[in-house]
Design a protein around this ligand. Structure first.
Ligand code: SF4
Ligand code: SF4
Length: 507
């Protein structure tokens, strides 16, 4: 370890570590554009300049190793003068279109200039114009005039995704970021370049002009898109949803977690927020014999009575439950209590094959497109309790061994396809519980609305067994309740039905 002085305070840091990192750890953020903790430190933006006593000129702190006894000033007149000169150069050709720029409110150029800039411009020449509003991929829009040529985006595509879509073209003051010939920025992680671009040069086509960033609330959450469990920040706009086509979830941003996802998330997870409120179930419905709205109490009481009657007449072996790795740890606990301990169900189907499987890669994406199979596994689902396959369950229904199906957040019609109707027609009781409408919901006797992950708090256990908390960002839509709450209420109703039956029998 080495001790050095930063702005008059003694700071301890690893000998040889970078002054910009040591300062951040000591609570001093030195302005910077090109430096990024995982993308290196080319030192080209010259913004992180500091004064070092004994050095003949200001030094770039992202390339300056800590040495024992060095004395550093990050805010001395010399450091501030050098920084404001660097900012002035960045702004020579910048269009200054902050009022119509989507980055306003979270822009490194805007923020640093307000803090360190020279407000009287010395530039008298006309600004050089470059390409504006260029869609460079399905998710990203490029504005070359706003770029400060920090090269973070090119380093991301060459070092992280290794897809090499972006580069710097031209020379001198005509240098600009652009697509490499024949390329489109359409890799599975393309949205990350928007997060790392310190200015409004790369903006998100899904988010642009929907809402100003200062209207957003931010909630710590976990992406439910696959078993990686990336840490995310869910940005919601509940006060003014009309600014955003009625969408409550405006965008998803990655939240740094060195052990899970680093600084990144995939596009699949990022853009899932646009579907959060689509095709939602809001009302408790009894669909057979005729569709009718019904209260939670009435629905759960009728379901309990039907379960008790069928179990008594046809046996508990005739009930099957289809569950999903979308359930939280709290949901799995409620699930086990009702279906394993109270109803003693012997046929479960919870593996994701093949309806919840997708692409996997070495960076983040996992093939199980559900967040929490491990949470179920911790309670025995997959170890002591085995899962049926779709085929074996279909055969059991076909042969009349199954009389009832309770389905949580799955759609068997995606797997059983044209056989679905024939199979479901053989059943006495079908209950469908989910946040979302699916084809299967229309065949159910009862359809129960559950909350989405954004409307509840809970925990997911990722593929490595790490338990992570997600917080509630939104109010539930309609009458939706968390799965664990529905299952707990159902257990209580079922126990009441049983105790009435026992009291009736003993009279
Ligand atoms: S587009 Fe953004 S990230 Fe890329 S070089 Fe320009 S300022 Fe940096
Ligand atoms: S890798 Fe998985 S958990 Fe991470 S953002 Fe993508 S879908 Fe979500």
């Amino acid at each position: 370890m080495a001790q050095f002085t930063l702005d008059g305070k003694k700071v301890e840091a690893k000998e040889g570590s970078l002054v910009i990192d040591a300062a951040r750890e000591a609570g001093t953020e030195i302005p910077h554009y090109c430096y990024h903790p995982t993308l290196g430190n080319p030192g080209n933006c010259r913004l992180c300049v500091v004064e070092v006593e004994g050095a003949p000129k200001p030094m770039v702190s992202c390339r300056l190793p800590v040495k024992e006894g060095m004395v550093v000033h990050s805010n001395s007149p010399q450091a501030l003068r050098a920084r404001s000169s660097a900012l002035e150069l960045h702004l020579v050709n910048h269009p200054l279109d902050c009022p119509v720029c989507d980055q306003a409110g979270e822009c490194g150029l805007q923020d640093y200039y307000m803090k360190h800039g020279q407000y009287e411009s010395q530039v008298r020449e006309n600004k050089l114009h470059k390409k504006k509003r260029v869609p460079i991929g399905p998710h990203v829009m490029l504005d070359q005039e706003r770029c400060v040529l920090c090269t973070r985006c090119t380093r991301f595509t060459s070092e992280v995704t290794k897809t090499h879509e972006l580069g710097i073209f031209g020379r001198g003051h005509k240098e600009a970021i652009d697509l490499a010939p024949g390329k489109t920025l359409d890799n599975p992680y393309s949205g990350n370049v928007v997060d790392i671009c310190p200015v409004g040069a790369l903006t998100d086509r899904d988010f642009r002009y929907k809402v100003r960033v200062w209207y957003l609330d931010k909630t710590n959450s976990i992406c439910p898109g696959c078993s990686r469990g990336c840490n995310i920040s869910l940005h919601t706009n509940t006060k003014r949803p009309w600014h955003n086509e009625g969408r409550r979830a405006a965008r998803i941003k990655p939240r740094h977690n060195a052990e899970i996802n680093g600084y990144w998330i995939c596009d699949e997870g990022r853009y899932s927020c646009s579907k959060l409120d689509e095709d939602r179930l809001g009302k408790v419905m009894q669909l057979k014999p005729a569709p009718a709205e019904i209260s939670w109490d009435a629905a759960l009481s009728e379901i309990s009575q039907s379960l008790a009657k069928n179990i008594e007449e046809k046996g508990k072996e005739g009930l099957a439950v289809i569950a999903s790795g979308l359930l939280s740890n709290e949901d799995w606990a409620g699930f086990k209590k009702i279906f394993v301990e109270a109803l003693k169900v012997s046929h479960f189907l919870f593996t994701p094959e093949p309806d919840q499987m997708g692409e996997e890669d070495e960076l983040l994406r996992k093939k199980e497109k559900v967040p929490n199979l491990k949470g179920g596994e911790a309670l025995g689902f997959g170890t002591q309790i085995k899962s049926e396959s779709w085929e074996s369950l279909a055969q059991k229904i076909e042969s009349g061994k199954i009389w009832g199906l309770y389905i949580l957040e799955r759609d068997p019609s995606k797997v059983w396809k044209e056989k679905t109707k024939n199979l479901l027609d053989k059943l006495e009781l079908i209950v469908f519980q989910s946040p979302y409408k699916t084809a299967i919901g229309n065949w159910a006797h009862y359809r129960l609305p559950a909350t989405s992950y954004a409307e509840e708090e809970g925990h997911f256990t990722n593929f490595e067994g790490k338990i992570q908390k997600y917080e509630q960002a939104l109010l539930p839509l309609g009458e939706a309740l968390p799965d664990w709450d529905i299952l707990q209420k159902l257990e209580r109703h079922y126990k009441e039905v049983q105790s009435h039956a026992l009291t009736g029998a003993s009279k």
